[in-house]
Design a protein around this ligand. Sequence first.
Ligand code: IYR
Length: 225
Amino acid sequence: MEKKNIEGFDHIRYQRPSVSKEDLLVKSKEFFEMMDQRRTVREFDKKEIPVEVLENIIQTASTAPSGAHKQPWTFCLISNPEIKKKIRLAAEEEEKVSYGGRMSDTWKDDLKPLGTNWEKPFLEEAPYLIVVFKQSYGMENGKKVQHYYVNESVGIACGFLIAAIHEAGLVAVTHTPSPMNFLSKILDRPSHEKPYLLVPVGYPKEETYVPNISRKELSEVLIKY
Ligand code: IYR
């Protein structure tokens, strides 16, 4: 292995296969077209999925870049029906309050095209729930470890997670019941970990419908200088 020493620390040579201009165009277009097929799905088939698939997906998420490479995240993977039921009941309690008045009328109007409401059957129907926790600091051998850019790092890891779920052929919904402290209790997580995102994962139900909405054009999101 080719190495370099920089201020007392080993650096190893990193190489990627060189890609021609033509292949750059083909590969980037193909990846976009694959990702553009992703849709948020709230209706799951109960079909079983080997746990190794979820392990691979979570390992992919954990390859995300993070502040000072601290990887300030914990992924809880839930398939136990009793825990899923507890999560559903607690989430629905919060959502009832949210839809019942905590959310503004504008917010509720904005959600109308998505057809969401306080009921969250997918929290029991999806074969797996992934609950992502952000770690405000780490704990190693009883000692606090400082973490940096925690929100950014965990957000990027969630992006990788969602892409990995889609690439594997599964679907998910990024669910953020609010507040979601109940997840710390049910999953018995320590106080330096805060729930960040709840992601039910599975196969889509055989006949699934999603909102007829489209994405912004490139010209609406890109400014070239
Ligand atoms: N958390 C609620 C409401 C909700 C909010 C947004 I912003 C969405 O994009 C979708 C839903 C729920 O899950 O129903």
